[in-house]
Design a protein around this ligand. Structure first.
Ligand code: ACO
Length: 331
């Protein structure tokens, strides 16, 4: 029997840091408001020379090396992003494959906003368990600052840039297997989080430009309420379905959108504070990149060990959401 297993994690953030006090000088906001409402203190911002694939490349090199592999050992690349190098083609995964020196393997992008990394994990698991692939590189990478309107205080204080990558490999050892992944979506609430311009609905035009349609728009408060309810139900379900006890979960690694969402979901399901992984203060919301970046943070702090059980969850534009239970099997 073939199983999928997470072999490594790596991450990269651009050098420039944008702090809350920097933002106080740009829009009508305060460090106090941002900290209390979101838990965010800093976020990293890509330079004008850095595209999403550049961040993805740095995270991928680390993940491939930590998996004990060479780029040529990877047989599929999946990039989850809502801020790819190009609007529609080529995919960021194709650009990344070229930057890693990998040819002649499938490479494609997944568009599931903040849930993208869990969608990529689910896809990698399916390909590996069907025997079609052995080593799949999954990457969450975002240069969101390029799609943020820095005159809109309701969004610009939230988002940051970065990338996280993981190698998912085939194993025969059931104890190393990804236990379960659940993904879902509801398009009825598509306008809660939307980048309206540039697609076939509102192609680039002077009107789209004057309406600032190229930027991320969010109904923050409405999204907040649905996120807490949906995520709490989703994680309760995956835990119950797989007969996992709360104390078996070493780390709860949620999408890092807002400290209050993470704490509310953690409290709703009865997790202890030491099980919650929080990086939202340092990185802000990095959408599809936030879960692998948070996983990498505890790996580099030497807290995340072989076979530690991780519970992942995410919620984002689409709307999309998902959760996963998996032991960390990196060295
Ligand atoms: N500084 C100061 N005041 C602000 C700011 C700011 N940066 N932004 C908004 N305000 C004001 C509002 O105008 C409002 O003022 P009013 O009461 O006079 O109208 C007040 O603060 C409260 O605004 P709310 O939007 O109700 O604040 P809330 O407590 O909901 O926090 C936040 C906002 C942080 C955006 C929160 O709603 C949130 O985190 N939402 C969920 C985000 C999320 O999970 N997104 C999904 C993933 S992202 C993705 O998929 C890309």
């Amino acid at each position: 029997m073939l199983y999928a297993s997470i072999r490594s994690v790596g991450a990269y953030v651009p050098k420039k840091i944008l702090s809350n006090s920097d933002l106080e000088k740009i829009v009508d906001t305060t460090d106090d408001w941002i900290t209390k409402r979101s838990g965010i203190k800093n976020r990293h911002i890509a330079s004008s020379e850095e595209a999403t694939s550049d961040l993805a490349k740095e995270a991928s090199i680390i993940a491939i090396q930590r998996a004990g592999l060479k780029p040529q050992d990877i047989d599929m690349i999946i990039v989850a992003s809502i801020s790819g190098d190009y609007l529609f083609m080529p995919s960021t995964a194709c650009v990344l494959a070229d930057k890693l020196g990998i040819k002649n393997i499938p490479a494609f992008d997944i568009l599931a906003a903040c849930t993208g990394f869990i969608y990529a994990l689910s896809t990698a698991k399916a390909y590996i368990e069907s025997g079609m692939m052995k080593n799949v590189l999954i990457v969450g990478a975002e240069a969101l600052s390029k799609f943020v309107d820095y005159s809109d205080r309701t969004t610009c204080v939230l988002f940051g840039d970065g990338a996280g990558a993981a190698v998912i490999s085939a194993t025969n050892d059931k104890e190393e297997a990804v236990v379960d992944v659940h993904i879902s979506a509801d398009g009825a609430l598509q306008d809660f989080l939307i980048t309206p311009g540039g697609g076939s609905k509102h192609p680039f035009s002077s009107f789209a430009n004057s309406e600032k349609m190229q930027f991320i728009k969010m109904k923050g408060n409405e999204t907040f309420k649905i996120a807490v309810r949906t995520l709490s139900n989703d994680v309760e379900e995956i835990i119950a379905k797989n007969n996992i006890k709360l104390h078996d979960i070493k780390f709860f690694i949620p999408h890092q959108a807002n400290y209050r969402i993470i704490k509310a979901v953690g409290d709703a399901i009865g997790l202890k504070d030491e099980q919650l992984v929080l990086t939202v203060d340092r990185f802000g919301n990095t959408s599809a990149a936030s879960i692998p970046m948070a996983m990498n943070a505890i790996y580099e702090e030497k807290k995340l060990k072989y076979k530690d059980m991780m519970l992942l969850d995410a919620f984002g534009g689409g709307l999309t959401w998902g959760s996963a239970l998996l032991p960390f099997c990196g060295k």
